[in-house]
Design a protein around this ligand. Structure first.
Ligand code: HPA
Length: 248
């Protein structure tokens, strides 16, 4: 079954019928993980990464509980929806990116299921963090929605997602460094989400919406108002893409 993880601005699958709310208990959290199960012809699960009220900041998300809860609900492939900042040409606000690589700059997050009480060591291959077939499916869905839209959105296929700790945004110098490192976009939540999915054998692909130019790309500072406006504006497009991949 497909699982959708909604990021900033995306807190529900948007269904009122054929919808079941479940709470999945995992060993990684005292609190159960709320998941929406959409029980249409092709059922899928939906999880709001930041909680329904966007009350969980990126560094406090219980990634292990979330991914394990999706597994327990029967999810075998995940499409993550992420708001990001644009660094590379073509990744400005409103554009859609389907990244194919990442660099992890986060720290202090529980980023593996091995160790501790588990008493096993697993060195998963993570050469290609995003599933190619799932990414291809996303690209084709985005292109179809673009073809049906009057104003097509710029789409970047492939690219490196640099994952920062947050919740603060970056300094201009940090973004310059990330650019030198080869990052094309910046966000705060792809890790450890992607690697935990890999450890559990769950395929992982990403649909990213750029909501701002990263720090220092423009001479102005980054404002929440601009981010919010692009997020709101992008929701309908993202929902159409999701409707397409959950239908097909
Ligand atoms: N930096 C980090 N994460 C983000 C950004 C950004 O500029 N925009 C949206 N998520």
């Amino acid at each position: 079954m497909l699982g959708i993880i909604g990021g900033s601005g995306f807190y529900s699958a948007g269904y009122t019928e054929n919808l079941r709310h479940i709470e999945v208990v995992t060993e990684y959290s005292d609190a159960a993980v709320p998941i929406e199960l959409v029980e249409t012809e092709k059922p899928f699960a939906f999880l709001a990464r930041h909680g329904k009220e966007h009350h969980i900041p990126p560094h406090e998300i219980n990634y292990r509980a979330n991914i394990d809860a999706l597994r327990l609900a029967g999810v075998t492939e995940i499409v993550a929806i992420n708001a990001v900042g644009g660094i590379a040409e073509g990744t400005g606000p409103g554009s859609i990116i389907i990244p194919d690589q990442l660099i992890d700059y986060t720290w202090g997050r529980h980023s593996t299921y091995c160790g501790q009480s588990k008493r096993f060591v697993q060195h998963v291959d993570f050469s290609f963090p995003f599933d190619q077939a799932l990414s291809d499916k996303l690209v084709s869905a985005v292109n179809t929605i673009n073809d049906q839209s009057e104003a097509a959105r710029p789409v970047v296929v492939g690219g490196v997602y640099g994952v920062t700790q947050g919740p603060r945004l970056e300094t201009a110098a940090e973004i310059r460094k990330m650019r030198r490192d080869g990052c094309d976009i910046v966000g705060m939540t792809a890790m450890p989400e992607a690697v935990l999915a890999r450890e559990l054998g769950i395929k992982y692909g990403m649909l990213a919406l750029s909501v701002n130019w990263a720090a220092g790309i423009l001479p102005t500072v980054v404002t929440m108002e601009e981010i919010e406006a692009v997020l709101v504006d992008g929701q309908q497009f993202l929902r159409r893409v999701i409707a397409r991949i959950t239908d097909a």
